[in-house]
Design a protein around this ligand. Structure first.
Ligand code: ZN
Length: 684
């Protein structure tokens, strides 16, 4: 055996026999693994599209999807470590290989031989005898082929491929700029400047300064620092400084090499070209082809209908806040950087508790135990701590075990914020459920959050918001882990319409507001006492505090995103002018002119998958609120309702349209009433 073959044998990214071998992965493994897997996939495509090859599910779809599954698993590990333990060599390996991956998928998506074989399979006499999930996979594949330019003439196909590659690179650069600008920003202050800021945040800031070999306290723009400073710091100038720095990340106000301005224009230009090439009027139309919503107009009407209902509540929230800030805080004019601060003070005055007070009752171990117990009651699976090689010592690993004692899935839990880790919280698949011959490959998930790490030997304490975030991401995880579909492309979250993807996640958030759930998952960090009922009642009363303001903020994002990708004339309007126009229409908070957060650091839309799709959060919230409404009728811990949710929604994955799954669960199409009721708004 030659040395190349031997080193490939040893490459952990090419071992699919079990879980990923994270501890052994180094940047030097990435290139050889990607090359080998792409070569294997290409060879497979050549074999199964040969004219002599039999055309059937087993002889055509299975070999191709198996090869793609291996590439997906290996590249998924690379993308994951690049996101959570980013280092310069790793980033370099990622960027060196990303174009190969993108080029391969674009090439595959435009491979006429594969397209023709799928078309022939769909037209064959055997098609009707495939399982419904298999038929749906084939239909989705044909749709995606069309969206990837498979029907384009040769010259335009070339152009399409170049556009897609440049889009992937531009989006990735955009995200890097946001990460670099966020990480590079630091402010060293003295203790007096931090008056009002919670002790654990101050302690973490002292530790951060110490790590830099400096005295005093280091502030950053990462969430566990930024949010509490904005909420609690009494120093108004400090809040303004942080707010402006946050809103100016990756913009013309910072380092020129991190300015996303030109990338934004280019991304929009390229997306518009994608639409033109495919024969659509706008990128928004392209985005909606595979979604539950039908047209941009339908989405805009949905958003504006919600905005009209929510804006009076938002204006009332704002008027109350203004009065309170003027009378109680001496803040005559409320600036954007006063809103979180004044809101927290108003919330404390009105409901007499603080996030910090509540946080003491949510130590990590109790929260996790409570979540796992809930999932056990609802979906009849046990979650048990297990072992696996991981990318950081603070990552933990779990088995999901069904009533018969079988492992149906596993997941990694990476809870804490740290340098080199992308911000936010998300769930991603490490492995999708598949059936290979007699062997079942069970699903494995990455659950990633950015909560404050424990300090010293004290357990990590989570705010109620963080607990809600954890439940949310776990809901996504349930989609992946509890699917019963083995068919590639429609298993778990695969093939689920984007605007229905947040159904299970937002559904799970509701349980963070149930006494029966919270009572058993809380224990005070000092005394061990559970959350007092009186405090819970105040939290509940505060639940819809500023829900009007929050709703119009989400609608601001969604309306901006949808209009930016539909009939937006870049030659006459800048994205920032559109932001301003949307804010005039729905926002109630006046933001400073140098706030670039919706354009220069809106990763969801410019580098995530949410372009012309941000509305999906609210769209899915209608579904999740309406689904939860059934649990409210049957008792929220009802095993019967849980079984129905698991069987009709979670288990089905993308094997049928989300609307069909919803109707099977709920007995009727979704209605908007439960969403308004849950937000304390009247239903008219
Ligand atoms: Zn989500």
């Amino acid at each position: 055996m030659n040395t190349d073959a031997e080193s490939l044998m040893r490459n952990p990214l090419l071992d699919f026999s079990a879980l990923p071998r994270f501890a052994e992965i180094s940047p030097s493994h990435v290139g050889p693994a990607v090359d080998a897997l792409i070569a294997e996939a290409r060879a497979t495509v050549d074999t199964v599209t040969a004219p002599s090859q039999e055309l059937s599910w087993g002889a055509f779809v299975v070999p191709i999807t198996s090869a793609l599954d291996r590439l997906d698993r290996a590249w998924g590990q690379v993308a994951h470590v690049n996101a959570v333990v980013n280092t310069p060599p790793l980033r370099e390996a990622y960027h060196a290989n990303l174009p190969k991956i993108t080029a391969f998928y674009t090439e595959l998506a435009q491979d006429d031989r594969v397209f023709e074989r799928y078309r022939a399979l769909a037209a064959s006499s055997g098609f009707a005898s495939l399982e419904p999930a298999q038929r749906r996979m084939v239909e989705n594949t044909l749709r995606d082929f069309r969206l990837s330019g498979a029907e384009l003439p040769a010259d335009r196909k070339e152009r399409f491929k170049a556009v897609e590659e440049e889009l992937a690179m531009s989006s990735s650069r955009y995200e890097d700029n946001v990460l670099d600008a966020t990480n590079a920003w630091a402010l060293y202050v003295d203790q007096a400047t931090l008056r009002g800021v919670p002790a654990d945040v101050v302690a973490a800031a002292r530790e951060a300064a110490g790590q830099d070999g400096k005295a005093g306290f280091k502030l950053s723009l990462r969430m566990p620092c930024y949010l509490p400073v904005m909420q609690y710091a009494e120093d108004r100038a400090l809040r303004e400084q942080l707010y402006r720095a946050y809103g100016q990340r990756a913009s013309e106000f910072g380092k020129p090499e991190w300015d996303n301005g030109a990338l934004i224009d280019r991304i929009l230009e390229l997306r518009a070209e994608v639409a033109t090439l495919l024969g659509y009027e706008s990128f928004a139309e392209v985005s909606l082809v595979a979604k539950m919503a039908r047209t941009p107009t339908e989405v805009l009407m949905f958003l504006r209908d919600l905005a009209a209902r929510a804006k009076p509540y938002a204006e009332r929230d704002m008027a109350e806040l203004r009065d309170f800030a003027r009378d109680e805080l001496g803040l005559g004019e409320l600036a954007a950087w006063d809103i979180p601060f004044a809101s927290e003070k108003l919330r404390q005055a009105r409901y007499s508790f603080s996030d910090e007070e509540v946080k003491q009752y949510f130590p990590e171990d109790r929260v996790l135990a409570g979540l796992f117990e809930l999932v056990h009651k609802l979906f009849a699976v046990v979650i048990k701590r297990s072992q696996a090689s991981a990318w950081h010592p603070t990552v933990s690993f779990y088995d999901v075990i069904d009533a018969e004692g079988r492992i149906v899935g596993q997941f990694y839990l990476d809870l804490y914020a740290r340098a080199g880790k992308r911000g936010g919280a998300w769930m991603d698949n490490a492995i999708n459920r598949r059936q290979h011959g007699l062997q079942r490959q069970h699903p494995v998930a990455y659950l990633t959050c950015n909560f404050s790490a424990p300090i010293g030997d004290k357990p990590a304490l989570f705010s109620h918001d963080e607990v809600t975030t954890l439940f949310h991401e776990f809901g996504h995880g349930l989609n992946l882990l509890l699917t019963r579909i083995d068919v590639p492309g429609v298993s778990g979250l695969e093939g689920v319409e984007w605007d229905a993807v947040e159904l299970a996640s937002q559904f799970m958030e509701n349980f963070c507001w149930e006494w029966d759930v919270l009572a058993s998952m809380t224990a005070h960090a000092g005394t061990g006492a559970p959350l007092p009922r009186a405090l819970f009642d105040r939290m509940l009363a505060a639940r819809n505090f500023q829900s009007g303001m929050q709703m119009v903020r989400q609608l601001e994002f969604a309306l901006f995103d949808m209009q930016l990708h539909h009939h937006f004339d870049r030659s006459r309007t800048t994205p920032q002018e559109l932001v301003d126009a949307v804010r005039r229409e729905v926002a109630v908070i006046l933001r400073p002119a140098d706030d670039r957060s919706l354009t220069h650091s809106f990763s969801h839309v410019f580098s995530g998958g949410y372009a012309a799709g941000y509305y999906g959060y609210k769209w899915a919230e209608v579904l999740s609120a309406d689904a939860y409404d059934l649990f409210e009728q049957h008792g929220v811990l009802s095993p019967a309702a849980g079984a129905r949710f698991r069987d009709e929604i979670l288990a089905q994955g993308g094997s049928r349209p989300a609307l069909e799954s919803f109707v099977a669960f709920r007995g009727r199409p979704p209605q908007i009433d439960a969403l308004l009721r849950h937000n304390g708004m009247s239903v008219s």
